[in-house]
Design a protein around this ligand. Structure first.
Ligand code: ADP
Ligand code: ZN
Length: 749
């Protein structure tokens, strides 16, 4: 395809690198590579003053007047482009919007396995045998063997390594099952795409959509059939059957010969969720960060080759290389985990809407508690709102009992401030009806801080300005931010007092106290400490689902997406922790979390009951969550946002300046603040704008870095961009000083 180049022009390629560079670099294309180069392939080139070899993506090929200063491409690494023209355009937009390097975005979206062009040794794959399919129903297997089969029912074939990792069994269990012919083993090339099959999953009895579900599904499928962009906000209370609507929509997209992306928060990416999609669609793959590199890479390849109808995964699934994408669905669109907390700092929901717009396809954002951003968009007719106001089968929303911890008696004197008599009675009642109980506490560990009664010093992490948490089983103090751990001292390091006090309750202590109150019940805890072993997460949930566990204690891991009809009581031990975080979304987040947790009960035939224990029974987040009243909550809260010029009524950016030297960070942030104010006066007709700071970040010291921040509120994002670029363009951070620009930030600590 060597184009004919006029004499004074030459053919060059624009290359971007995995670095925070805002522009592409042009390189000459040597004649022997002219036929091979194309956009989306990677090349090796000399970079910088030292001409060090570097790898970059080719993003443009063009003719420009000859320039002897241009360097030349050394070699081309890929036979085929790794990203399509559409994904190039999409990633360019992301780099421009989030003010990072285009190459950084490209590097982040193409799995390492694909970049490495991996191919190589044979790997052994395990599958269920014919004997298993025919005769397993009548056979009794051990618990470990069942774990192996359960994993295979979700995903087959699977490599032996992964099967062991995910089922938590060791290879001897699997090998024994191969010897006894319940499983079969065969070899494939490492890079061979294996069939995506899930046919052992038997469809459950068919669900008949109710009137509301039918109406909502029709609105979405009509749009899918037009094949045009539209953004739907599906507001449906917990248990209203949103997932069934997603399934209908996906089916319509597939009927039109197109693919669908389903994005769910990492935390809801449980086998239970994935299972519901696998039950309905056969050509489906999961893309998420827990997968082995090779598996993620292979799934990515299958998707790019058009062999997959449905891709489900966490936020990075927004980049799935579907060749003919027809629909994007985002479940729990309000979840903050869609925002990436390192470069590129994209918000999966926001860029998904952008991608849908670019491809001119529909997108559905679903939630029981929509984000204020999406709600505002719906109010301005940017999104079409669809409602599922009732639970399926006309099940009522569970009544919520607010326990005022200031006045309510504790279950026992030592449980003051932790477990009330009311909650204890409620639990007893639920258990007496053979129901199950979920208790939610968003703090892991045993005691959440330790304090000297004399000088009041709280033991903080030496690397961070944050209290250390006491973990009893391991007998350590642990920093939940940097992982620093130490043995608890028995006296105060500041004043040497020996009666140091352990305070605050985490899930580990809650589990212990509940076991004392209900000694004859089976209690399990689910948090990131109790689920470190692969498969343990699903193992606990399975035991709970099968009724082997009476009370499940846990962090936000148990708050979302779970659908257990026999849960008759949900208790929120301390919803107050989130309310006072210095973040303008604190109230919104508390409301969302409480609504989600409350939604875990009343999903079966027996009615459910919810308890919120709080010291702030009048707080709007608590009052409205208790009434399941999103509309009133948003109506009241959003006015504060408006009057204070906060999102969704402005565009926000946060600049964090960090250094191990507090002084260096302070000096640079003062200068940057000055430059921003100068730039403001220079940008004419700037529009409404507010600059807060520089100030110390709420968590000033984190992982040994001292941090300052500046917050910018602007009427539109162009203004934000111009301002930041003008100011930062004039400054050069010294070595050891980092400047992080976060557009539409969700983490303000
Ligand atoms: P949501 O995502 O809104 O919380 P789900 O889609 O998880 O709700 O549905 C909750 C439960 O109700 C699921 O067990 C689902 O199978 C069931 N369900 C959904 N739609 C119907 C229906 N029309 N009739 C009966 N059960 C339904
Ligand atoms: Zn720390």
């Amino acid at each position: 395809m060597n184009p004919i180049v006029p004499n004074n022009l030459e053919l060059v390629a624009d290359i971007v690198f995995d670095r925070p560079l805002r522009k592409a670099f042009s390189y000459k294309i040597p004649p022997d590579l002219g036929d091979l180069i194309s956009m989306g392939k990677r090349v090796k080139v000399p970079l910088g003053k030292g001409n060090k070899p570097a790898i970059g993506f080719c993003v443009e090929i063009k003719n420009i007047p000859s320039d002897p200063k241009l360097k030349t491409i050394t070699s081309i690494l890929d036979d085929e482009p790794l990203v399509s023209p559409h994904l190039l355009e999409f990633t360019k937009w992301i780099a421009d919007y989030y003010l990072c390097g285009w190459g950084q975005v490209l590097q982040a979206i193409v799995p390492a396995w694909v970049r490495s062009g991996a191919s190589g040794p044979k790997i052994s794959m395990i599958d269920l045998s014919e004997k298993f399919q025919l005769t397993s129903a009548t056979k009794k297997f051990s618990r470990l063997q069942m774990l192996v089969f359960d994993q295979l029912k979700l995903q087959r074939p699977i490599s032996i390594k992964e099967l062991c990792a995910k089922s938590g069994c060791n290879p001897s269990v699997v090998n024994r099952l191969i010897e006894t012919e319940w499983l079969v083993k065969y070899f494939i090339e490492e890079n061979q795409s294996f069939p995506v099959e899930f046919d052992t999953i038997t469809p459950s009895s068919e669900i008949h959509l109710n009137q509301d579900q039918i109406a909502v599904s029709k609105a979405i499928t009509d749009q899918i059939n037009t094949g045009k962009f539209s953004s739907f906000l599906l507001h449906g209370v917990t248990g209203s059957g949103k997932t069934e609507v997603y399934l209908e929509a996906i089916e319509a997209a597939i009927k039109n010969g197109r693919q669908a992306i389903v994005m769910v928060p990492e935390i809801s990416l449980t086998p239970q969720t994935v299972y519901r999609f696998k039950k309905r669609f056969s050509k489906i793959v999961v893309l998420h960060s827990n997968l082995r590199e090779a598996e993620r890479g292979k799934n990515w390849r299958l998707v790019a080759d058009g062999k997959v109808d449905v891709v489900i995964g966490a936020r990075s699934t927004v980049f799935a290389p579907c060749p003919n994408l027809g629909l994007i669905i985002i479940d729990e669109e309000h979840e903050n985990s869609f925002k990436q907390d390192n470069t590129p700092r994209y918000h999966g929901r926001d860029i998904a809407v952008k991608r849908a717009r670019m491809l001119d396809i529909p997108i559905v954002l679903g939630s029981a508690t929509p984000s204020f951003e999406s709600w505002h968009n719906a109010c301005r007719n940017n999104y079409k709102i669809l409602n599922l106001p009732k639970r399926v089968r006309d099940l009522p929303m569970p009544p919520v009992h607010i326990v005022d911890m200031k006045t309510s008696p504790p279950a026992s004197p030592s449980l003051r401030g932790m477990i009330s008599e009311d909650l204890k009675k409620g639990i007893k009642h639920a258990l007496n009806q053979n129901g199950q109980v979920m208790l939610f506490l968003n703090r892991r560990g045993f005691h959440t801080f330790i304090q000297c009664p004399n000088c009041k010093t709280v033991e903080n992490c030496k690397h961070c300005d944050l209290a250390m948490t006491f973990h009893k089983r391991k007998n350590i103090l642990l920093c939940h931010h940097c992982g620093n751990e130490k043995k608890p001292a028995n006296r105060c390091e500041t004043c040497k007092t020996e009666t140091i006090q352990f305070k605050g309750m985490g899930t580990e202590k809650l589990e212990e106290e509940i076991s004392k109150l209900f000694p004859d019940k089976v209690i399990r805890r689910m948090d990131s400490d109790s689920t470190t072993k692969p498969g343990s997460h699903e193992y606990i949930l399975k035991a709970f689902r099968e009724g082997l566990v009476n009370i499940l204690v846990g962090t936000q891991m148990i708050a979302k997406g779970l659908d257990f009809p026999n849960v008759l009581l949900v208790g929120v031990i301390n919803p107050d922790t989130g309310i006072h975080i210095p973040d303008f979304r604190a109230s919104e987040r508390t409301f969302q979390l409480l609504s989600q947790v409350a939604g875990r009960t009343g999903r079966g035939d027996k009615p459910g009951m919810v308890y919120f224990q709080t010291y702030y029974p009048e707080h709007p987040a608590i009052v409205f969550a208790a009434k399941h009243d999103f509309i009133s909550f948003v109506g009241e809260e959003i006015n504060h946002r408006k009057s204070l010029f906060f999102p969704p009524f402005c565009r926000l950016a946060r600049i964090v300046i960090r250094s191990k030297s507090a002084e260096a960070a302070a000096t640079f942030s003062d200068e940057l603040g000055e430059q921003l104010r100068i730039a403001t006066s220079e940008i004419k007709g700037a529009g409404k704008l507010k600059i807060l700071g520089p100030a110390e970040a709420p968590v000033f010291k984190l992982k040994e870095y001292h941090r300052f921040h500046i917050q910018l509120h602007a009427e539109n994002h162009t203004l934000l961009h111009n301002l930041i670029q003008a100011a930062l363009g004039k400054m050069k951070p010294a070595a050891g000083l980092e400047v992080v620009v976060d557009i539409d930030p969700y983490n303000l600590l």
